[in-house]
Design a protein around this ligand. Structure first.
Ligand code: AMP
Ligand code: MN
Ligand code: MN
Ligand code: MN
Length: 280
């Protein structure tokens, strides 16, 4: 049977993407996507626009969000929530709380960048922000590229913004328990985003996945725009071992700024059960 072209991870201007929600939906449809979830960081404000655009095109759509979570000793992991009720008040309030810390963090990032000679970064980043509550490192990265301190967004992270680099600041995000509580409470399913991106030891990764499962998490992204073939093999094996459903998401942020375009990913290994078997 031909596999469904599902893309369950992408971003709009409501967080750090470059396309408005309706534009993103039109691009996904044009690329042959058959089931789309918009998963902005810590924010569900784009879902109504995206759902309406998808309905017009006859494209199947699921509500989504990518929640920033602090784990262990200053590690950040991202948890994708899918197929939830977007009017569930604890989710709405919880996300508002997570977003609430971003502005103060952005000022701290700018202060650190100022010390290494990148001045005016808060104001510079804001020029790229669609939703002020969602100022993110991606917006700083775009400004630093504008200043020609790096040739592209990826280069900015390598030199300035990744953990251990001058513009990185530690920040308390949601707890894993809260994030899963909000998603499950809203009737949604929780998925570990791009596990290949985390700098966790094998034991730390297993600790995180075990805690995620104990808290009701059921899925893991096996296919992600930021996974190489080794990651796909490793996380397919994790899905088998933990009994997780497998997800597939490009993590598209915008033309020219992403690893892969919407819907342009290989099929999941055939023996894995896709997360979309649980989406209405
Ligand atoms: P923040 O939530 O403000 O910490 O920003 C995280 C976002 O930065 C991610 O969602 C990605 O969009 C982007 N990002 C993180 N690391 C990288 C990287 N190495 N290359 C490109 N973009 C990255
Ligand atoms: Mn992002
Ligand atoms: Mn992410
Ligand atoms: Mn993402």
């Amino acid at each position: 049977m031909r596999a469904l072209n599902a893309d369950l991870h992408c971003h709009s201007t409501v967080s750090d993407g470059l396309l408005a929600p309706a534009e993103l939906v039109r691009r996904a449809h044009g690329n042959g996507v058959e089931l789309l979830a918009l998963t902005d960081h810590d924010e569900i404000g784009g879902l109504d626009e995206a759902a309406a655009a998808a309905q017009q095109l006859g494209l199947r759509f699921a509500s989504g969000v990518e929640i920033s979570v602090s784990w262990g000793d200053d590690q950040t992991v991202h948890i994708v929530g899918l197929g939830f009720d977007r009017n569930f008040v604890p989710l709405i309030e919880g996300l508002a709380h997570v977003r609430g810390g971003r502005d103060a963090r952005a000022h701290r990032i700018a202060a650190e960048l100022d010390k290494v000679g990148i001045h005016g970064a808060y104001e510079g980043a804001l020029k790229y922000v669609g939703n002020p509550a969602l100022i993110s490192r991606s917006h700083f990265a775009r400004y630093i590229v504008e200043l020609r301190h790096a040739k592209d967004v990826k280069g900015v992270f390598d030199w300035w913004l990744a953990k251990g680099k001058p513009g990185y600041v530690a920040h308390p995000w949601a707890s894993l328990e809260d994030a899963l509580g909000w998603i499950s409470g809203a009737g949604g399913i929780a998925v570990v985003a791009h596990p290949g991106r985390y700098r966790l030891s094998r034991a730390e990764m297993e600790g995180m996945l075990g805690a995620f499962k104990d808290l009701g998490g059921i899925g893991i992204e096996v296919l992600s725009g930021s996974h190489n073939e080794d990651h796909v093999r490793d996380y397919a094996n994790m899905a088998r071992r933990y009994g997780f459903l497998a997800s597939r998401g490009s993590d598209f942020h915008g033309p020219g700024e992403s690893w892969v375009d919407l819907g342009r990913l290989p099929d999941l290994p055939e023996d894995l059960t896709p997360v979309w078997t649980r989406l209405a």
